[in-house]
Design a protein. Structure first.
Length: 86
């Protein structure tokens, strides 16, 4: 059961700037990597995951979306959501 965490952002997004240090804290706490993807530079993800806003964070297990957060998500909530799938 592989867990992958994707964070979609874009340049100039203030919420994305706010989310970045939260993601680093979660990475350190859980010992995993959150993949940062620029949604504008990778537009195929917009359709694939029906992205509407940035930041959007997806927690995938075995390629299936298990958790979805749109907008800034606080550390405790994000960390708890990821832990459920580890």
């Amino acid at each position: 059961m592989a867990v992958t965490v994707l964070c979609f952002s874009q340049e100039g997004c203030m919420g994305c700037v706010e989310q970045e240090p939260i993601n680093r804290e979660v990475e350190a706490a859980l010992g995993l990597r959150i993949q940062e993807i620029d949604a504008v530079k990778s537009p195929h993800f917009i359709k694939e995951y029906a992205l509407r806003v940035t930041p959007t964070i997806l927690v995938l297990r075995d390629g299936q979306v298990k958790e979805r957060f749109e907008g800034v998500v606080h550390r405790e909530e994000l960390e708890g959501a990821i832990r459920k799938h580890l």
